[in-house]
Ligand binder design. Structure first.
Ligand code: SF4
Length: 333
């Protein structure tokens, strides 16, 4: 689907930075002696979303629901098998490498694992400055920009000459953030940026991200399985289940009036800091079904306490609910 791009400005409003239309990704499943494709894993299934300038948009769901694949498709680190990605009004879905280069500078990613995402044999100076060198910049100018960025993310002035193993987990994530921001992108995919860190460090990194968001006017897709974190920093949120968005809306609407039974359970499962107030339910029954052979109809029906016959037969579409932009996909509610 990426061989016939239409690079036309389509954003209905300049307020929108990113639009996804029916974005899908199916990974082939290979089998037999010849390793031929014998099926497919539908990791992302016709997702349509809009992210406005300067907002932090949360994407939540259990692991394996497709949120990381979606984040990487937006940056074209994974190629979609269907649908379209519009960035600042331009269809970037089928852009070739050369034409994508200008957009790459404007869109960056922070990875989950601050240990694995930094080359242990390179100094911080090299790691943070690499995007600049790929962009054709060199010499003292690069060193100066690295120094500025190191300072901006709160690392000490002697950091550029040191190696990743000399830093703590939180400091390494700061290095990853510096690398992601050195080209001054407008849009950042933060893929579980604090989940590999100690709880005590998580708040520091989240505060840093929110501070940078203000100072640099960043728009952010914040991917997380932690609904508490998403609530504290996001403006709007979408909930994914088995590759599909099942509910989206403003954080206050979705957390106060969840419609989809899956969203409701995720919110109910948020750990309550005060044990006296911990009324919480028993959590979700069963495992997430295999995306190779997802249940028919509403994919949540094997785990849903409200499931009826129609749920096994028809896939519910997202429909408007109470609250601006609040939509949910459920036959019964
Ligand atoms: Fe549950 Fe049916 Fe709604 Fe799916 S459509 S969430 S199975 S009630």
């Amino acid at each position: 689907m990426t061989d016939n791009p239409t690079h036309t400005a389509t954003a209905a409003s300049t307020d929108l930075l990113l639009q996804l239309r029916d974005l899908s990704k199916t990974f082939p499943v290979k089998g037999g002696v010849l390793g031929r494709a014998v099926g497919g894993v539908r990791a992302v299934d016709r997702v349509s979303l809009e992210i406005r300038r300067d907002e932090v948009f949360g994407l939540v769901g259990e692991s394996g629901c497709g949120k990381t694949t979606l984040g990487r498709m937006i940056l074209r680190l994974i190629e979609p098998t269907g649908g379209r990605i519009f960035f600042d009004g331009t269809d970037i879905t089928g852009l070739d490498r050369g034409r994508m280069r200008a957009f790459r500078k404007r869109m960056q990613i922070i990875f989950q694992d601050p240990f694995g995402s930094l080359n242990p044999r390179k100094t911080v100076d090299f790691i943070v400055g690499e995007p600049l060198r790929i962009d054709g910049q060199e010499g003292a100018k690069v060193r100066e920009k690295v120094r500025e960025m190191i300072q901006l993310v709160g690392l000490s002035a002697d950091s550029p000459g040191r190696y990743p193993h000399e830093f703590s987990g939180g400091q390494r994530q700061r290095i990853g953030i510096a690398r992601a921001l050195i080209l001054h992108p407008e849009f950042l995919v933060a893929d579980e940026p604090v989940s590999a860190l100690d709880v005590s460090i998580q708040a520091q990194i989240l505060n840093l991200l929110m501070d940078l968001r203000e100072r640099l006017s960043l728009t952010m897709l914040f991917i997380s399985h932690d609904l508490r974190v998403v609530r504290s920093i996001c403006d709007r949120v979408a909930v994914m289940y088995l590759g599909r968005v099942v509910e989206e809306g403003r954080v206050e609407d979705l957390y106060q009036r969840p419609v989809h039974p899956y969203t409701e359970e995720l919110i109910r499962a948020i750990p309550e800091p005060d044990p006296e107030l911990a009324i919480r339910g028993g959590g979700l029954a069963g495992e997430v079904p295999s995306p190779i052979n997802p249940p028919p109809g509403c994919a949540f029906h094997p785990r849903c306490p409200l499931a009826r016959e129609i749920c096994q037969q028809q896939t519910p579409e997202l429909t408007p609910r109470q609250g601006e932009g609040h939509r949910a996909a459920c036959h019964i509610r």
